[in-house]
Write a protein that binds this ligand. Structure first.
Ligand SMILES: *Cc1c(COP(=O)(O)O)cnc(C)c1O
Length: 402
């Protein structure tokens, strides 16, 4: 095996990235990892116990601290995101809450975006202020807005690009440069792009976070999250994870590793289909706007070309007409679909469609929804792996109200 797996193409990293080159003797000859279900591991002698208990992230001590199945999956994820280290958590929200609670404390200030995944927005707006952490939200289109929001006590800048569900981009290189000048840590939620389309650390971002539930797992059959970065920072997040307990299950780590083997192929196909769908809707009279960074008409297409390899597997469409008519048309469309499924989440093999204005009625106030740029007439479409012509036939029929 080559001595530098991280230098390989991502297509090869997903196949071999879980190998431990520093301790080749530790690599299991079994190509599929064992699922280590043990909650605890016995020491051979007193000396070994001391080592087990005092080595950070020891994979064979107590399973909340880690386990060999998890470690193998984390090694691959770190290499995929061009990072030294990765920490798996029980969910994307587990990774986000553990990371935030590890990096900021009362008296600190965080800069984040007006548009974030709804759970992240709730953490930033509702949880952190209660712990004495101040949060400033800025429009992500303008990197200077991040600079203006920074204060002397700013510890962290949180970004998400493309953001959910309006596919607005954040200039990662510009934000990373602003933060670096001032010694502020940066975090990018890379769930929507996946490492196949964008690796935030290549633009100077410190920490990369994923809901592994989405593209990384890829089969709508697991919930997990991961944060990747320099070993020292990830170790400090791991220490906090011991207190918060949002650790991943070994079964989930196994399933995730299995899903990751086909990540590049799945994502390539999903992006191709999303672009085909985006072009179809862009030329359809009932649709007023299509949000997809891979379309030449996207207002940030130049940034897209600098930052992303492909437009990703998610697009949003907005129905035309008056507000009430658009809202009703969007609702009618999602329930008329027969092949695409009406379900939350994304990144799986099935095409999933949601109407955010109905979905977030209870968790986002109309003001927050407007601030996040979410129109009542907006429908989010996450491409799966079905044949694109079959999807277009289904969507065309639903648009005609048949
Ligand atoms: C789904 C999602 C999350 C939350 O992840 P869970 O695995 O559902 O906890 C965070 N960020 C983004 C962008 C997401 O799409």
């Amino acid at each position: 095996m080559t001595s530098d797996i991280s230098a390989l193409d991502l297509q090869s990293i997903v196949i071999h990235g879980d190998l431990d080159l520093e301790h080749p003797e530790a690599n299991d000859a079994a190509l599929a990892p064992a699922i280590h279900t043990a909650s605890t591991y016995a020491a051979r002698d007193g000396e070994e116990f001391v080592v087990m208990a005092n080595t950070p992230r020891h994979p064979r001590y107590y399973a909340r601290n880690g386990n060999p199945t998890q470690e193998r999956c984390e090694r691959l994820l770190a290499r995929l995101e061009n990072a030294e280290s990765a920490l798996l958590c029980a969910s994307g929200m587990g990774a986000m809450s553990t990371t935030l609670l590890a990096l900021v404390k009362a008296g600190d200030h965080v800069v984040a975006q007006t548009a974030h995944y709804v759970g992240t927005a709730q953490l930033l707006n509702d949880l952190l202020p209660g712990f004495g952490v101040e949060v400033t939200l800025v429009g992500q289109r303008d990197p200077e807005a991040f600079r203006r929001a920074v204060r002397s006590n700013t510890k962290l800048i949180v970004t998400e690009t493309p953001s959910n569900p309006t596919l607005v981009l954040t200039d990662l290189a510009a934000v990373a440069a602003i933060a670096r000048e001032r010694g502020i840590l940066t975090l990018a939620d890379n769930t929507f792009a996946s490492p196949i389309n964008q690796r935030p650390r290549d633009f100077g971002i410190d920490l990369v976070l994923h809901s592994a539930t989405k593209y990384l797992g890829g089969h709508s059959d697991l919930i997990a999250g991961v944060v990747c970065g320099d070993a020292a920072v990830v170790e400090s997040i791991w220490k906090r994870s011991l207190m918060l307990g949002a650790n991943v299950s070994p079964f989930t780590a196994f399933l995730l590793l299995r899903g990751l083997r086909t990540l590049p192929m799945r994502v390539a196909r999903q992006c191709e289909t999303a672009l085909t769908l985006a072009r179809f809707f862009a030329s359809h009279a009932a649709i007023a706007r299509v949000h997809y960074p891979g379309l030449e008409s996207h207002p940030q297409h130049a940034l897209f070309k600098r930052q992303m390899k492909s437009g990703g597997g998610v697009l949003s469409i907005e129905f035309g007409g008056e507000v009430e008519a658009g809202f009703e048309a969007a609702k009618r469309f999602v329930v008329a679909l027969k092949l695409a499924r009406h379900a939350v989440s994304l990144g799986g093999v099935e095409t999933l469609v949601v109407h955010p204005a109905s979905m977030w009625e209870s968790s986002l106030t109309p003001e927050r929804m407007r601030a996040a740029g979410i129109s009542p007439a907006l429908v989010r479409i996450a491409a799966g792996l079905e044949n694109a012509d079959d999807l277009i036939a289904d969507m065309g029929r639903a648009l005609r109200g048949e």
